[in-house]
Design a protein around this ligand. Structure first.
Ligand code: GAL
Length: 633
């Protein structure tokens, strides 16, 4: 668990990039800015282990000592994120192979295959050295395993991965017959008769794609094999330190999807995440809020830690816009309001060399007499003056949205009714509609129990494409017990193996619970489609009919005129809404506003301001240029 009674402030510290004279100045500037925590050694493997088994800790000992004397705590990293040159030279098979069969090179970072035995062995040896050496160091307050697992080369298609994939499949399926049935391998002559015939889903002939079941299982396997790496490192640390919590930094960002963080969070002592803004987007504070809320979901509603964000510009977008004055303070306040136990950055001092030299930091190239340093020092002072904020989790919302990585993976595949579907965009649009209405949202996984669901007045299901029967039942039970649901088009189409549920699309969830019988999909053509109530659809329509629901709107100017587009079914005191199309943002807002009014859901702030409560603390943040007055309904 994260410590209470204190908000953390600081960031990645890479002293190895600087001569020692700079280190003393670093400590002074950290103290002046109110920094109380740094993540140390994240990319230090080559500096620590200069040849196989030859470790150099003198420099790190010295840096640790300076930090400790300066009253700055350490989030001790395990340094395994970027294997050194000597390792890949001796064992080239450590480097991952991409979808096209190309082996990726040393020279960037994260160039390791998660299934590589050599990588595991060498990483374990390094972690053992670091953990045993620093476990009782008084500066260490937490452990930072690796870095952003699955960020750069999550999927490896090498022979080691193939072997590991087969083993994983053997654990998942009781027999090859079961695997063949669930992947549907009688299609296109794909049936397997021996386990060793199985392949990883590499590139196939043009116009064809690997089997859908194989693809989704490979994504599950990749998650699990990578999570094993985390668990390996965590368990080594625990052998030496059973007191301080262990984490690894997630990437809760709109288009990062390779790891299933719901599963990861269960293995961690506390959840931490990184977030970077799409600075070209003037509404990026809404994405920030979404990802912070999602991270709180992974943390099961409890406090978590923002491990990295930027003080100003990043260096990896097409144009790297700097933050505007005051923006960073608003960003940080939003993270803290949504449950972060402080504010951490990449990185302390802006690099002079290397590919991140144009990425902002707490101490910019120009030094401390700068807007950035002054603003962060102001923030540091605020965090120091308000330590009790840390003792309170963010208040629970009245609305929960389902978010599930396997849906993301399923909807990324080719050969769907339209290639224009985007899970990330639809979820973001629903979230934005709610944010602009001033409706707060918590996130839940698709396999949430009925008890988890029951804490909410309203549960939203945007494109929850796959559900097992047991999962489906939990939503039925939630509604039977008084819960309210909104289900979108293309939900519950398949079971978790991607086999389609027959007898009306959407299975029992749509046909019985929502009361709509869906026959056929009609993706909308460009510019086509209207709704009878004036709301604006896009992307999707479907041929359907009511089977117990009432129509709120039907399709017009489409190929399915008269088919229900928006419906509601009353089940006792509960209501189940079905949205058989994608709505444009303004229309999505109107639809949700009506639902919120019907159910008496609180709306506070909205438009360009947010109001978030964390126990007795009320955070009100205005993102508009002008003053606004807050409204509540
Ligand atoms: C993160 C990473 C940091 C740094 C940062 C730059 O993804 O963890 O090491 O590269 O991005 O934005």
């Amino acid at each position: 668990m994260l410590n209470l009674g204190k908000l953390h402030f600081g960031g990645d510290y890479n002293p190895e990039q600087w001569p020692k004279e700079v280190w003393k100045q670093d400590i002074e500037l950290m103290q002046k800015a109110g920094v109380n925590l740094v993540s140390l050694g994240i990319f230090s493997w080559a500096k620590i282990e200069r040849r196989d088994g030859e470790y150099h800790f003198d420099w790190l000992d010295e840096a640790m000592q300076l930090l400790h004397e300066g009253g700055i705590s350490v989030d001790m990293a395990t340094a395994t994120a970027s294997p050194p040159a000597w390792l890949v030279k001796a064992h080239p098979e450590v480097q991952p192979v991409n979808f096209d069969g190309v082996r990726l090179s040393h020279g960037g970072r994260q160039h390791y295959c998660a299934a590589s035995g050599v990588y595991r062995e060498k990483a374990a040896a390094l972690v053992d050295q670091i953990a045993s050496r620093y476990a009782s160091h008084p500066a260490v307050v937490m452990w930072h395993v690796n870095n952003e697992y699955g960020c750069h080369a999550p999927y490896c298609f090498c022979e080691n991965s193939r072997q590991a994939f087969i083993k994983w499949l053997q654990e998942r399926y009781s027999s090859l017959d079961e695997l063949n049935a669930s992947w549907g391998t009688d299609f296109w002559s794909q049936r397997y008769y021996e386990w060793d015939e199985l392949v990883v889903p590499k590139r196939t002939p043009d116009g064809t794609h690997p089997n859908p079941g194989q693809q989704i299982d490979f994504k599950r396997f990749t998650n699990d094999v990578t999570l094993e790496l985390f668990k390996m490192e965590r368990d080594i640390i625990k052998r030496y330190d059973s007191v301080h919590p262990v984490t690894t930094n997630f990437m809760s960002m709109k288009f990062t999807y390779a790891m299933d963080y719901w599963k990861w969070a269960k293995e961690m002592d506390f959840v931490s995440t990184d977030h970077y803004l799409a600075q070209h987007d003037p509404q990026n504070h809404i994405d920030l809020a979404q990802q912070a809320d999602l991270t709180r979901g992974f943390a099961n509603g409890q406090q978590w830690l923002l491990m990295e964000h930027s003080t100003s510009a990043v260096n990896w977008q097409p144009r790297n816009y700097a933050k505007t004055p005051g923006q960073e303070l608003r960003n940080s306040a939003s993270f803290v309001s949504r449950g972060s136990q402080g504010v951490m950055y990449f990185q302390w001092r802006q690099s002079q060399a290397g590919s991140e030299r144009f990425h902002s930091a707490l101490v910019p190239h120009a030094g401390e007499d700068t807007r950035v340093y002054r603003e962060i020092a102001e923030l540091g002072a605020w965090l120091k003056e308000n330590p009790e904020v840390a003792n309170h989790p963010t208040d629970r919302a009245q609305v929960a949205m389902i978010y599930d990585y396997e849906q993301f993976w399923a909807l990324m595949q080719a050969n769907l009714p339209t290639q224009d579907l985007s899970y990330a965009e639809t979820v973001a649009k629903w979230y934005r509609a709610l944010w602009e209405l001033g409706i707060r949202v918590d996130f839940l996984p698709a396999d949430a129990s009925k008890a988890d669901l029951s804490a909410y007045k309203l549960v939203l299901m945007p494109m929850v494409h796959m559900l097992s029967e047991a999962e489906e039942q939990a939503y039925h039970d939630y509604v039977a017990d008084g819960g309210n649901l909104v289900v979108s088009y293309f939900s519950n189409i398949s079971d978790r193996t991607l086999r389609v549920k027959l007898g009306g699309y959407g299975g029992k969830l749509v046909r019985e619970l929502a009361g709509v019988y869906v026959e056929e999909f009609y993706p909308l053509r460009e510019g086509q489609g209207e709704l009878s109530n004036g709301l604006k659809p896009e992307l999707w329509s479907e041929l359907s009919r009511l089977e117990g629901a009432k129509a709120i709107a039907t399709f017009k100017s489409s190929d399915v005129d008269g088919s229900p587009a928006l419906t509601v079914r009353e089940v006792g005191d509960s209501k189940v809404w079905y949205q058989g199309t994608e709505l444009k943002l303004g229309s999505q807002k109107k639809f949700f506003k009506d639902i919120a009014s019907t159910l008496g859901i609180d709306m506070e702030g909205g438009d360009e301001s947010e109001v978030v409560r964390r126990g007795p603390y009320v955070f009100t943040i205005n993102h508009a240029k002008n003053k606004v007055s807050l409204k509540k309904s």
